[in-house]
Write a protein that binds this ligand. Sequence first.
Ligand code: CU
Length: 98
Amino acid sequence: MINKKTFPIKNMACAMCVAHVQKALAAVPGVKDVNVNLASNSALIEYDDAAVTPEKMKEAVVGAGYDMVIDAAGAAPEALDESQKKNSKSFLGKLFGR
Ligand SMILES: [Cu+2]
């Protein structure tokens, strides 16, 4: 299932950091879309939870020299209801586009 969640990102200081985190996350298999925001120190990640776990994404961020906050269950601290609704449409689109 495609998930879209916001994860807090630590240690980002400038636009280069954003680019690094963005690139590291986008390279993880199963990650469909990444939008890193410096102002809110967070990353909005669209990912296939059958293909990748938040732990794996955190590993990629840590590997790039930053940190990503996930809770004990490996989930994002907060769910974005609005984007999840929107996302169910694009999920169908992707399904048929394959
Ligand atoms: Cu920087």
